[in-house]
Design a protein around this ligand. Structure first.
Ligand SMILES: *Cc1c(COP(=O)(O)O)cnc(C)c1O
Length: 356
């Protein structure tokens, strides 16, 4: 390698690989937890009309007043709770890392979990401590609390529900982690639209609790809008690190418009939840497969031993792209499928059945 690169770039960067995004052209895309539906036809014209008024010549409103007020109202945030918008929640994870990097304390999360926590921690020169979940993907509270005491992490991430396992962690264990942590605990509710529980109601009760959400998984992945909620003094500090115009004009206008027409997206979410039930039941009936219960818009399932990669490739040859997780620690023989439209799910089940 180039000597200048060697001497200039951080070791973690040189050792890292770029976040892989597979080529999905021509395939039924069930790999990335996207909502499979476009905006309903009857909304599209009104949405485009709202964009016609957007002032592309001006910088975006750095505080996104209209959108923030709408979110605060819909989430019923108390006055003492701050709200920080990001260019997707990925950006907020990065911003949290920037805020605490350099103090020598690591980022900690139960694993397997959302990979960006570790990738972004290490990109900022922080250590990442992964505490293994139990075999059934529940939290191991003793191991987790011991790790929190031992490593004193600056940040603990709890994806709730967890990606890629789909389950919600035990609430009592999360409260215990909040009490045991001298750092911040971020409950990442990227899948809140599909889930039966939330930690939003506990905001302000623990002074180190932050709750993060995103519009990506409920149909607006292309907009890139995530948001972080927590005690106002914390949000005010973090806000100093936010790039002033991180949420662009088109996203601000579109997200506000769509939040005002939330019932249309809600109908899509309902149908995805219904299909999740059908998909789970169908996977349970297929020979040799073990699906895991999910509170999100995807299902993790275990294939017969040693066959995950072959099944993943067979699906791709059959025109279906899902996610192969069999190389991830704790997920031997596991694949993850995003819930699609009824037709997409039926096509997936059909090809899968021929492979078993
Ligand atoms: C998808 C995902 C995110 C990232 O969401 P964006 O807002 O699209 O950046 C964050 N956390 C978890 C757990 C996710 O699965």
């Amino acid at each position: 390698m180039d000597a200048r690169m060697q001497s200039l770039l951080r070791r973690q960067l040189l050792n890292a690989s770029a976040y892989p995004v597979p080529d999905s052209r021509g395939l039924i895309k069930l790999d990335a937890m996207e909502n499979p539906y476009h905006l309903p036809e009857d909304l599209r014209a009104a949405w485009l009309a709202s964009l016609a008024g957007a002032e592309l010549n001006r910088y975006p409103d750095p505080r996104a007043h209209d959108l923030s007020a709408l979110l605060r109202e819909q989430l019923r945030l108390a006055p003492g709770i701050g709200l920080l918008l990001g260019n997707g929640s990925d950006e907020l994870i990065q911003l949290l890392g920037i805020a605490v990097a350099g103090n020598g304390r690591p980022v900690l999360a139960p694993v397997p979990t959302f990979v960006m926590y570790g990738i972004l921690a290490e990109a900022l020169g922080m250590d990442f401590v992964g505490v293994p979940l139990r075999g059934d993907f529940t939290l191991d509270p003793d191991a987790l609390l011991a790790a929190v005491r031992r490593h004193d992490p600056a940040l603990v991430y709890l994806a709730y529900p967890n990606n890629p396992t789909g389950n919600l962690f035990d609430d009592a264990a999360i409260h215990a982690v909040l009490r045991a942590s001298s750092g911040l605990v971020v409950v990442d509710e990227a899948y809140s639209a599909f889930s039966s529980r939330s930690f939003i109601e506990h905001l302000g009760i623990h002074d180190n609790l932050l709750v993060m959400r995103t519009l990506s998984k409920q149909g607006l992945a292309g907009l890139r809008l995530g948001f972080l909620m927590g005690p106002k003094p914390w949000i005010e500090q973090l806000d100093k690190l936010r790039l002033p115009y991180n949420v662009n004009v088109l996203t601000q206008v579109s997200a506000a418009f769509l939040l005002r027409h939330a019932e249309a997206l809600e109908r899509q979410v309902q149908s995805i939840r219904q299909e999740r039930g059908r998909l789970y039941a169908a996977l349970s009936r297929l020979p040799g497969l073990t699906p895991f219960p999910s509170e999100a818009n995807f299902i993790l399932f275990r294939t017969p031993a040693g066959r995950a990669t072959e099944i993943f490739q067979g699906l791709r040859e059959g025109g279906i792209l899902i996610k192969n997780l069999s190389g991830t620690s704790g997920l031997a023989d596991c694949l993850r499928v995003t819930v699609g439209t009824p037709d997409e799910n039926t096509a997936f089940l059909h090809v899968l059945e021929t492979l078993l």
